[in-house]
Design a protein. Structure first.
Length: 200
């Protein structure tokens, strides 16, 4: 079985990457538990090491946010020309939450919010996380309102933010549906699928 190492800027990025591997690389497995770097400040300095791991050990998939910056510029700045065709760095536009919201039907059903409130173009949202929190604040499910959104500051994630969103991605998030509304996700799918052809 071919194996791939998954690295994410945070827990949500890791969960999304795992789903992308499952859908785009059927028959592949994870080399080990996904690596959550808990922030881009720890991720970026380690990228050179992960590229080397892709070169000599196994392919690597890394997911992070652009945080509103140009994806091409970030890639160039972060990697500084050090790349390998078995190392895949994909950046969600603008945050991983935009990919989560892109499965409009799945999100509306699982998070108990109106489908009509989900954005048609989540990649163009300037603050997908804030939008997601605003949506869940109006969820029909009290536990989601109480745990996903902070009780003291509704603009901030609550203690159950990662728990519930990671669970949604693992159990309900449809890559196929989401890719229809997120060009950055669609490009990521094509790049990840290309790994199988290269290593076939």
């Amino acid at each position: 079985m071919k194996r791939i190492l998954v690295i994410g800027e945070d827990a949500l990025c890791c969960a999304l990457a795992e789903r992308l591997v499952a859908v785009c690389l059927p028959g592949w497995g994870l080399a080990r538990s996904s690596i959550d770097t808990k922030g881009v400040t720890k991720l970026v300095p380690a990228l050179r090491r992960y590229v080397e791991q892709a070169r000599y050990v196994q392919p690597v998939l890394c997911i992070a946010d652009t945080d509103g910056q140009c994806a091409a510029t970030l890639r160039s700045t972060w990697l500084q020309g050090i790349e390998h065709d078995r190392f895949v760095l994909r950046l969600a536009q603008t945050e991983a939450e935009s990919w989560v919201l892109a499965d409009r039907e799945g999100f509306a059903k699982a998070l108990a919010v109106p489908l009509s409130k989900l954005p048609q173009n989540p990649d163009e949202e300037c603050d997908p996380k804030r939008l997601l929190l605003n949506l869940v604040r109006r969820s029909k499910e009290r536990i989601l309102r109480n745990e996903v959104v902070s009780a003291t500051d509704p603009s901030k994630p609550g203690t159950g933010y990662n728990l519930h969103l990671v669970a949604f991605v693992r159990k309900h998030w449809s890559v196929r549906r989401a890719a229809q509304f997120s060009p950055s996700l669609d490009r990521a799918l094509n790049r990840i699928r290309a790994l199988d052809a290269k290593l076939g």
